[in-house]
Write a protein that binds this ligand. Structure first.
Ligand SMILES: Cc1cc2nc3c(=O)[nH]c(=O)nc-3n(C[C@H](O)[C@H](O)[C@H](O)COP(=O)(O)O)c2cc1C
Length: 420
């Protein structure tokens, strides 16, 4: 299976009928990328544009990317004399307005339906998601903010604009958020919230141990598995904290607490600081086993004619082992990246470290594990029950791990109830 096929297979947006409304803002050109990404994820996209949006971008672009006719005329019936705004809102699963102008927000907040898009918003019962973008002064105007509050109270979904350089030459809040973030929120809207009562701590990425100011010992972990776990736990409603080593990827949500660390010792301190408030700890980070015994403040120079040099290494703290000793009622999930005897080594680690679940993966296999978007793992529970998970995207694997966590939480709760 190709990576694109794996991504498409998993997305909550797959096979969904998505209506993308475009209004007359300068960020309208960015919506082309959103439509492209949505179709890549397997959604069927119908674009609706206001008359003013067409001053910025043309329907031709969106018709080409979405593969569907672009709608912008209010009084043109669909095939079979069907009324367009009713027909479209009836088949839709989600309506997203990107960018949403101050004008469109104001119209909907006040019940005005004078073009196709605003009329359809009135006619639909599916989630409507506004992604505003405008000049900072417009954004902070009392009228815009009051309209947004009114719409939020009525159940409409909103995303805050990002801050930065604006097209009008000023700087501040008002930029369209990154397309990745918009997609994440759209997926969020479709995800059932079954972890709302849980606080989840996730560690991710590699650690970096310095040899001297310019050299270090690290590993090939990209952070993708841990970021996927944090993202999915958040989507499912958990309160999430992510402790990350120096990963090379961006985290696509700004609504979780992220703690950045570099070394294994810093990772240990951060875990010990945050684990107490968590009911679930998922340790995906690839923590270096050793660090340099002596850290050199100056760059080490080549000395003499010898072809060899010796570095003396010292053991790093065993974070997961330490946590296993103080875990109490918490569910702890560990990862075992192995190159041989996968099942036996993982089972031994699960027992030795007092874990509830261990996720084992064969990092020697091509196309999975470190740096890859996919993984193929074995999930082993405390009872010894092992589940082989085939090649899937890391996000889907994260969801399967979270299902096992839910089961473990339920079991623990049941045991506690039986006891008392
Ligand atoms: C060059 C230019 C850029 C504009 N950019 C924005 C914008 O980013 N956000 C916004 O709310 N309005 C913006 N406006 C104002 C809207 O185009 C205007 O309020 C219009 O009535 C919106 O129509 P609509 O909501 O029906 O699409 C801009 C206007 C111009 C001339």
């Amino acid at each position: 299976m190709t990576l694109q096929a794996v991504e498409k297979q998993f997305s909550m947006l797959k096979d969904k009928e998505i209506i993308v409304g475009i209004t007359g803002g300068i960020a309208a050109y960015k919506t082309a990328d959103l439509v492209r990404q949505l179709t890549k994820k397997g959604a069927n996209v119908h674009v609706v544009m206001t008359k003013n949006a067409m001053e910025f971008v043309t329907p031709l672009t969106f018709q080409t990317i979405s593969g569907n006719p672009v709608i912008h005329k209010m009084f043109e019936l669909f095939a079979g004399s069907k009324i367009g705004h009713i027909t479209l809102s009836d088949i839709a699963d989600q309506l997203v307005i990107v960018p949403a102008t101050a004008n469109m927000i104001g119209k909907v907040a006040n019940g005005i339906a004078d073009d196709f898009l605003s009329t359809m918003v009135m006619a639909t019962t599916v989630p409507v998601f506004f992604v505003p973008s405008m000049n900072t002064k417009m954004w902070s105007s009392k009228m815009v903010q009051a309209n947004i509050e009114k719409l939020k109270d009525a159940g409409y979904e909103f995303m805050e604009p990002a801050s930065g350089d604006l097209a009008c030459g000023t700087e501040g809040k008002g930029r369209l958020p990154a397309i990745e973030e918009i997609l994440e929120r759209m997926e969020d809207i479709f995800t059932s919230k079954d972890l709302t009562e849980e606080t989840v701590l996730v560690t991710a990425g590699p650690t970096m141990e310095f040899i001297d100011p310019v050299r270090c010992i690290t590993n090939r972990s990209s952070g993708k598995m841990g970021y996927a776990v944090a993202k999915m736990a958040k989507r499912r409603g958990a309160d999430v904290t992510l402790i990350t080593g120096p990963a090379t990827i961006e985290f696509p949500r700004n609504d979780i607490d992220i703690v950045h660390v570099t070394t294994a010792c810093q990772m240990r301190d951060a875990v010990m600081e945050h684990y107490k408030k968590a009911g679930v700890v998922i340790m995906t980070a690839a923590v270096a086993d050793f660090r340099c015994r002596e850290e050199n403040c100056q760059k080490i120079k080549k000395k003499g004619d010898s072809n060899y040099m010796t570095l003396e290494l010292e053991k790093n703290p065993d974070i997961i082992g330490e946590l296993g000793k103080v875990k109490e009622q918490r569910i702890i999930v560990g990862f075992a990246a192995e190159t041989e005897n996968l099942l036996d080594n993982a089972k031994e680690k699960l027992k030795k470290k007092n874990l509830d679940i261990i996720v084992a993966n064969d990092v020697a296999k091509a196309g999975i594990g470190f740096g890859s978007d996919n993984n193929e793992v074995m999930i082993i529970e405390k009872s010894g029950k092992a589940k082989q998970v085939p090649l899937l995207s890391k996000e889907e694997i994260a969801n399967i791990i979270l299902d096992s966590v839910k089961k473990a939480l339920k079991n623990k709760k049941r045991i506690k109830e039986d006891w008392y």
